[in-house]
Design a protein around this ligand. Structure first.
Ligand SMILES: [Mg+2]
Length: 349
């Protein structure tokens, strides 16, 4: 089938953003074909990402044939090269991710199979979900056996105590066998991380996430042995397999968390997983409970762990994708519907 049109749209989010993180400036990309099949993808970059797709990348792929995963990868590579001077990392790749995911959705729909079945003959049917949020008692009631809470270092010693209280709260609510993690969104530094490792040792945290900025690979590498057995996790702000190859070379992260709607779509997600498998790093994609990451987890050698934002990021006014799977009893399953198995809520456009 031949690509006949490509269009990116920035949704009409009604939830006014207190910060970028509310809806992450996510964009919708639609790809039409002469076979009458339409694919939808989810990318990043906001109105700038929309301009990259509609003003540049669109014209480069109209007329291309998409019949296989190899065709999608070749299309991605062509667009990567064309956008390289301004792309490579950040907005350009976030926008390109939306096209890549729309092409996978398209191919899945054309073959009448879910995206994960395009990637492997033996997709995982059920994936352990972890709840991101602070309501550990609720997560236990819902059947979760894994929880990640947030912490921000504000520069005062009392921050050690708030971290310890949160860790204790999650551990007590979920029990000794549960996975408990903390995401600090680049607010700790090396010294704070080392001290936290001592003060939180009793709570046996599975990972510390995003302790430093992604630019400080050596700094993160230096922490790995010192905080064992807790893992140093990160990667949501890194892009493409080229970026993750640098992480591998530096030995900077124990556990990798690429965001599939930002890092280069399923095409780059597969390449990142391949590198991770080579160096023995588990991959647990950022927002892996959303269908874009979920199908990669189900269809490749990722860790059996899907992040689900149980509360604050979901806003009932801004349901963009209908029919998204949700965890049941602490496990989440990609649907058998073709493509990514979700329907765009047109009212949001
Ligand atoms: Mg994070």
């Amino acid at each position: 089938m031949k690509i006949t049109d490509v269009k990116a749209v920035y949704p009409k989010y009604r939830h006014l953003a207190p910060s970028w993180r509310t809806h992450f400036w996510q964009i919708v990309v639609r790809v039409d074909t002469d076979a009458g099949v339409t694919g939808y993808g989810y990318g990043g970059g906001g109105v700038a990402g929309v301009a990259v797709v509609n003003g540049h990348l669109r014209d480069l792929i109209i007329g291309r044939e998409i019949e296989s995963v190899a065709d999608i990868q070749a299309t991605y590579d062509a667009l990567y090269m064309e956008s390289l001077p301004y792309g490579r990392k950040g907005l350009g790749i976030m926008a390109l991710s939306g096209i890549d995911l729309a092409l996978y959705d398209l191919l899945g729909k054309a073959r009448d199979v879910p995206v994960c079945a395009l990637l492997t003959d033996t997709p995982k049917r059920s994936i352990r979900a972890y709840a991101t949020g602070e309501d550990a008692e609720l997560y236990r009631e819902l059947g979760y056996t894994a929880n990640k809470f947030g912490h921000r270092w504000t520069g005062v010693d009392a921050d050690y105590d708030t971290a310890a209280r949160s860790a204790e709260h999650a551990r007590e609510a979920l029990g000794g066998d549960a996975l408990v993690m903390v995401d600090v969104y680049m607010s700790w530094d090396g010294e704070v991380t080392l001290e936290m490792a001592k003060r939180l040792a009793d709570y046996n945290l599975y990972w510390f996430e995003d302790v430093l900025t992604p630019d400080d690979l050596d700094g993160q590498a230096a922490l790995i042995d010192a905080v064992k057995p807790t893992l140093i996790a990160g990667g949501e702000h890194e892009f493409t397999h080229h970026g993750f190859e640098q992480i591998a070379r530096a030995g900077a992260l124990d556990l990798w968390q690429p965001d599939i709607t930002w890092c280069g779509g399923i095409t780059e997600g597969l390449r990142i997983v391949e590198i991770a498998n080579r160096v023995g790093a588990p991959v647990a994609p950022h927002r892996g409970g959303e269908v874009w990451g979920l199908h990669l987890i189900a269809g490749s050698d990722c860790a059996d762990l899907a992040e689900y934002h149980a509360d604050h990021i979901r806003d009932e006014r801004d349901v963009l994708w209908l029919d998204e799977p949700a965890p049941v009893g602490g496990y989440i399953s990609p649907s058998d519907a073709p493509g990514f198995g979700v329907t765009l809520n047109e009212a949001m456009l």
